[in-house]
Design a protein around this ligand. Structure first.
Ligand SMILES: Nc1nc2c(ncn2[C@@H]2O[C@H](COP(=O)(O)OP(=O)(O)OP(=O)(O)O)[C@@H](O)[C@H]2O)c(=O)[nH]1
Ligand SMILES: [Mg+2]
Length: 205
């Protein structure tokens, strides 16, 4: 849950990168970590991985500077995308203030994208939350594969599958090259800070 500390003039928010296994959530955070300077980031915490698969979660704390005299601190989390880690995903979602749903452009992952999207809604529902309340943006990742012989989904297909009801902003990305990574982060940070500031989820004097 967001924390607004009036005496220290700090706002803390939690943004979760959600999506199916291997869609590129950890790759987003690694790119951000490597691109930011030491003042803006703390150590990236990767809690259990096997090969490149996240087994628990990644956490990257960022300091985004000041807005209206308040220090803006954001914690970026990733969930483990593999289906079996449902309980962990739910745990990581606890207290979420903003969401990035990362979808995989690979055609073979179409069903996995949809399953993960439904899983997100189910888990939010358990916390009495919806994507109407919590800010969310979509990222269509691995766009670098589009001109290759590997079959990929079109933006229209992904829009139909994931954005017909959300109607939110979509970022085409190639996280591995950093394309679209900061655009996605900037937009979700903006929306999340606005949401937290207007809702005052928790005020700690
Ligand atoms: N071609 C291409 N490969 C990518 C891109 N982003 C990530 N990958 C690759 O996809 C694989 C999975 O990436 P991860 O970031 O580990 O995926 P994840 O979503 O964290 O997966 P889980 O931890 O299992 O949920 C890795 O081999 C990445 O290098 C991209 O933009 N383009
Ligand atoms: Mg991961």
């Amino acid at each position: 849950m967001a924390l607004i500390n009036l005496s220290k003039k700090e706002i803390h928010c939690k943004i979760v990168y959600y999506g199916p296994g291997r869609c590129g959530k950890t790759t987003n955070l690694l790119y951000i970590y490597n691109a930011m300077n030491n003042q803006a980031r703390s150590k990236m915490l990767t809690i259990e991985t096997k090969g490149e698969r996240t087994l628990f979660f990644d956490l990257l704390p960022l300091n985004l500077g000041k807005i209206n005299g308040f220090d803006i601190r954001i914690q970026l989390y990733t969930v483990p995308g593999q289906v079996i880690y449902e309980a962990t995903r739910k745990l990581v979602l606890k207290g979420v203030d903003g969401l990035v749903f990362v979808a995989d452009c690979l055609k073979v992952r179409r069903e996995k994208n949809r399953e993960s999207f439904q899983d997100l809604h189910r888990n939010l529902f358990e916390y009495n939350l919806t994507t109407e309340e919590i800010p969310i943006v979509l990222q269509f990742n691995k766009c670098d594969l589009v001109p290759t012989p590997i079959p990929t989904l079109t933006k229209e297909e992904l829009e139909v599958d994931l954005n017909s009801e959300l109607n939110t902003k979509v970022f085409e990305a190639a996280a591995i090259k950093g394309i679209g990574v900061f655009e996605t982060l900037k937009e979700i940070s903006k929306r999340t800070i606005h949401y937290v500031a207007t809702k005052h989820l928790s005020i700690n004097h």
